[in-house]
Design a protein around this ligand. Structure first.
Ligand SMILES: Nc1nc2c(ncn2[C@@H]2O[C@H](COP(=O)(O)OP(=O)(O)O)[C@@H](O)[C@H]2O)c(=O)[nH]1
Ligand SMILES: [Mg+2]
Length: 224
């Protein structure tokens, strides 16, 4: 490939990343200014910044990120049927007492992962979701997690690792997922890290207790 074409590709990647970041910012700002009538959210524009938390939810595609967020934000499992794959990003705003949790879910497909780093600034908590029932993807997930932790902007951010799909027969336990992701090497760094097992199938009537635990862990770790 000629160097001109390479330069052109690098330049266009940069432009796409900038456009994504700007679009996210505008969208988030609009959400922050929206009224409860508009969006069904509490008005948060007047909330002091010290009560705002930014949570990044990352992980490979199909690990269950959207499902978990949908269940946590709606409090039930019925709305998590037939979710479409997240192509860019989703923003969910949750009010927890005096805290506003701004939850950014970024798409996990390979071509989107290289743009994850445009969202790292000001992150209070990184949630990394893994499909425990698909061991073939764990090496790639491990590599992506290592890349994330190598970024200076995430160097002191607490990490919640979620070993999802525990209901699927043959799924690896949370401990096995922890070994596959080499979490023991991470905890020796300055990160606070917590690993929990969840199951969020949409055929349940109520949230599984593990999803409630995930929500509580998200809340607790984002307050650090
Ligand atoms: N059995 C089972 N399926 C799940 C679970 N969580 C998510 N799924 C399914 O996995 C697929 C991908 O979920 P999605 O939330 O879109 O993944 P994302 O790409 O990480 O956002 C969907 O078909 C979900 O219904 C789980 O805990 N158990
Ligand atoms: Mg998704």
């Amino acid at each position: 490939m000629s160097s001109k074409i390479k330069l052109l590709m690098i330049a266009s990647s940069g432009i796409i990343a900038s456009v994504c970041t700007y679009a996210t910012y505008q969208y988030w700002k609009k959400r922050r200014q929206s009224t409860p009538e508009d969006e069904g959210f509490e008005e948060v524009s007047k909330v002091d910044d010290i009560f705002q938390r930014k949570i990044l939810i990352l992980g490979l595609d199909n690990s269950g990120k959207s499902t978990l967020i949908k269940q946590i934000s709606s409090g039930n499992t019925s709305l998590s049927h037939n979710l479409k794959p997240t192509e860019g990003f989703n923003i969910t705003i949750l009010q927890k007492g005096e805290y506003t949790l701004n939850i950014f879910e970024l798409g996990g497909q390979e071509n989107v992962r290289r743009f994850w780093n445009t969202y790292f600034e000001d992150t209070d908590l990184l949630v990394f979701v893994v499909d425990s029932a698909d061991p073939s993807k764990l090496p790639v997930a491990a590599m992506e997690l290592k890349n994330l932790l190598g970024d200076q902007r995430l160097s002191t951010v607490p990490i919640l690792v979620i070993a999802n799909k525990q209901d699927v027969p043959g799924a690896l336990s949370a401990e096995e997922v922890g070994v596959a992701l080499d979490l023991s090497s991470i905890s020796s760094r300055q990160h606070r890290i917590k690993l929990i097992a969840t199951q969020a199938p949409s055929n349940l009537h109520h949230l599984h207790v593990s999803v409630v635990e995930a929500e509580q862990a998200m809340y607790a770790l984002s307050q650090v």
